[in-house]
Ligand binder design. Structure first.
Ligand code: ZN
Length: 367
């Protein structure tokens, strides 16, 4: 069996759009610029300025439609300025970029991504999450390769709402421990071995630089720490996702931390109110507790507390009476099976209780 692997390439920094021409020119001379409204308002002019004086031309900003649906992708594919462009520039957060993955694939054009928030790794992965018109989940879209190149403009990321970075940190905290748990004891081949090793680079930058990065985002100042954290969220986790996920053959990309999130979606006061990454960060505490990694659990606990990510059930809108509902739902998702030994609902609920107790003890010690 032969196969092809594609890895992300990236540029980062407050002036990284200066490298767009050198990177994109071999693919042609025109780009359709598609994205979210706020994202386009932040990124379009800097992009245009960076390309001024070159022979490269951009379309006018094109709104992607507001959600990653196949209807919006289809409508974009009909636009002459999109059809005639040599390549697609996707600007924005996960949904705008994912929409462009379908557009680029269907029109067989190269895709370049310009994330304007550091909230997830959509900008460099070979997967898109698609929704129905009523915002319910539709399916995963698998393009044949990841985007050609990702430009992380830290000046724009620093100006984005800090809550998005905050939740992005919470979600990215799950990558290392989930991949390690899901792949432990498994027979790994080249690709998955690379992915599981790279997973070990995801957590430390978040713990070391997360608090300062949050401060830089609050103050709109793109410093080294924000850059390191943005790279961990957008690139490191994306590399790992690409290398540990195959639509049909293997999946080591996620585990029990996300089970807590899926369980929370059953509760209006939890999944309905709190951000994905916020709940996942409590899921990380649950996973580490379930696995007996209490020293690391307590490190993450103190970190969570330092940037006000949740350390208790109450902070994610959950009570003892909800745990059975959470566990019942969690036990139905694929991630439930991604552990080296069988997970029982009782042990899962107990891990949530124990993580909550440790969090409450930390809060009590502060008082
Ligand atoms: Zn997640």
């Amino acid at each position: 069996m032969s196969y092809t692997s594609c890895l992300p390439a990236w540029s980062v920094g407050p002036d990284c759009y200066q490298d767009v021409f050198a990177t994109a020119r071999r693919f042609g001379k025109t780009a359709a610029v598609i994205g979210g409204k706020t994202a386009l308002s932040k990124a379009y002019e800097p992009l245009k300025a960076a390309l001024a004086g070159s022979e490269f031309t951009l379309s006018q900003p094109i709104w992607y439609g507001g959600n990653s649906t196949y209807e919006h992708a289809g409508a974009l594919e009909q636009l002459p300025e999109v059809q005639q462009a040599d390549m697609i520039f996707a600007v924005g957060g996960g949904r705008a970029i994912d929409t462009c993955k379908a557009v680029a694939q269907h029109l067989d054009k190269p895709l370049f991504t310009f994330p304007t928030i550091a909230s997830n790794c959509a900008a460099c992965t070979a997967i898109g999450v698609f929704y129905n018109a009523d915002d319910t989940f539709c399916d995963y879209f698998y393009p044949t390769r990841c985007p050609e190149h990702t430009f992380i403009n830290t000046r724009i990321i620093a100006e984005a709402p800090e809550s998005l970075l905050w939740a992005g940190i919470g979600d990215a905290l799950s990558k290392e421990c989930e991949v390690e748990l899901a792949s432990r004891g498994k027979d790994l081949f080249h690709t998955t071995l690379l992915g599981t090793m790279l997973a070990h680079t995801c957590t430390e930058p978040l713990l070391n630089y997360g608090a300062t990065a949050m401060q830089q985002c609050r103050e709109n100042t793109p410093g080294t720490e924000l850059e390191q954290v943005a790279l961990a969220i957008v690139i490191s986790t994306g590399l790992v996702s690409n290398l540990t996920t195959d639509p049909t053959k293997y999946y080591y990309n996620s585990s029990l931390a996300h089970c807590v999130y899926y369980g929370a979606t059953m509760l209006p006061a939890s999944g309905g109110k709190h951000l994905h990454g916020e709940i996942v960060s409590f899921g990380v505490l649950t996973l580490l507790t379930w696995d007996g990694q209490l020293e690391q659990r307590d490190r993450v606990l103190r970190f969570n507390r330092s940037i006000k990510l949740p350390v208790t059930l109450a902070e994610i809108g959950m009570a003892e009476a909800d745990l059975q509902t959470v566990a019942d739902k969690a036990a139905t998702v694929l991630e439930w099976t991604k552990a080296p030994r069988p997970v029982t609902k009782e042990a899962f609920m107990q891990a949530m209780r124990d993580a909550d107790a440790a969090g409450r003890a930390l809060l009590a010690a502060e008082a």
